[in-house]
Design a protein around this ligand. Structure first.
Ligand code: 6MZ
Ligand code: ZN
Length: 353
């Protein structure tokens, strides 16, 4: 961290790719571990520290451990409330949280009550005056197949209509090496047709060429990662061309990709390629708890790895507003916020360069 860290912290930010259970902080994790001592879970099992790397497989094992700790409505409420407040404390002004509704027979948690609880957390934070606009994307875990995907979309549809605009879309995530996107197409098409926005994890690993082509046909409203879209990474020029033509924003998660070893180093990250093309790219955290990061740090990493000056960093955060799933009115409010904050923040930062 250089001494300019304050600039990244003060920068108003938009977070569009954050998995709820991957975003649990050390502090919240300690509370969860204390609630369930019989599980014998230590914090080292739920996070990947500085300088550590894991295979993507190992990362998915970490989520299984966290899921054991978060298995009641009470847990979900605490985790969601804490995560929202932590993003707000990091000066995130607009957050799209995503999470896979889970049912746990032994605690009575149902998929429906899971979603209701996340919505309740969003409402509580709003009532308390936490300075952040939060929306929710209901996640489909690709491992669970077509039927569950369809059931998830139907639930999301219900909540889109009943949540007063809080549920805005669908996320497709889960272990990219398991299952095939082909069988999930009917569910994703239904989601699109009923007005849910789509953010799809795509080409997170190589050898998903055919799947990525199918998913791009939908098309998605945003792409999660897109690490291997490029021909040199196992994708194809036609995939790149279609993403470019559709100007489909890429959600960029630097630390996640490096720690999960789908990208070799920060400087070799595909952000460079897409950013230089002038393609819409949004810096995100993915799993701030598991990967021990926050959005300020991700912006700072991008700036140092790719030589971005403060004005370019500012523009990056400002352009993220164009990519949110909430409507034009919200975009206007956010743009207004950015305009008000700009002079104070940029003048100070430029002086330090
Ligand atoms: C590291 N790259 C990744 N690639 C794919 N899916 C990921 C992911 N990181 C997280 N998830 C998805 O998010 C779930 C945890 O949050 P929720 O229980 O839904 O809140 C994981 O089980 C996985 O399905
Ligand atoms: Zn993700």
């Amino acid at each position: 961290m250089d001494d300019n860290a304050e600039f990244y912290k003060d920068l108003p930010k938009v977070e569009l790719h954050a998995h709820l259970n991957g975003s649990v902080s050390v502090q919240t994790m300690e509370k969860l571990i204390r609630r369930k001592p019989h599980l014998n879970i230590e914090h080292s099992m739920t996070a990947i520290g500085k300088g550590q790397r894991r295979t993507l497989d190992e990362c998915f094992e970490v989520f299984k451990v966290i899921h054991k700790l978060v298995d009641t409505e009470e847990d979900v409420l605490m985790v969601a409330t804490d995560v929202i407040k932590e993003f707000a404390a990091d000066n995130v002004k607009y957050l799209e949280l995503r999470s896979t509704p889970r049912e746990e027979n032994h605690t009575g948690l149902t998929k429906k009550s899971y979603i209701e609880t996340v919505i309740e957390a969003i409402r509580q934070c709003k009532t308390e005056g936490v300075d952040i606009d939060v929306r929710f994307l209901v996640a489909i875990d690709r491992r669970n197949g077509a039927e569950v995907a369809m059931e998830t979309v139907k639930l999301a549809e219900e909540f889109m209509l009943s949540s007063g605009g809080l549920v805005v879309g669908i996320d497709l995530s889960g272990d990219p090496t398991v299952g095939h996107g082909r069988c999930l197409l009917p569910a994703l098409q239904r989601a699109r047709n009923c007005g849910l926005k789509l953010s799809l994890h795509m080409s997170e690993v190589p050898s998903q060429l055919e799947e990525s082509e199918l998913l791009l046909n939908l098309p998605p409203d945003r792409i999660g990662h897109g690490t291997c879209l490029h021909p040199e990474m196992g994708g194809s020029q036609s995939l790149v061309d279609r993403a470019v033509k559709g100007r489909i924003p890429l959600e960029i998660c630097l630390t996640s990709n490096v720690k999960g070893q789908t990208v070799q180093s920060y400087s070799q990250h595909h952000f460079r390629y897409w950013y230089q093309l002038g393609h819409p790219c949004v810096i995100c955290t993915d799993d701030k708890g598991v990967f021990c990061t926050d959005l300020s740090q991700e912006y700072q990493l991008a700036a140092s790895a790719f030589g971005l000056r403060p004005d370019a960093v500012w523009t990056l955060s400002e352009r993220a507003v164009d990519c949110i799933f909430a409507g034009d009115e919200v975009k206007q409010q956010l743009r207004q916020k950015w305009t008000e904050l700009k002079p104070g923040l940029l003048q100070g930062a430029e002086l330090q360069v």
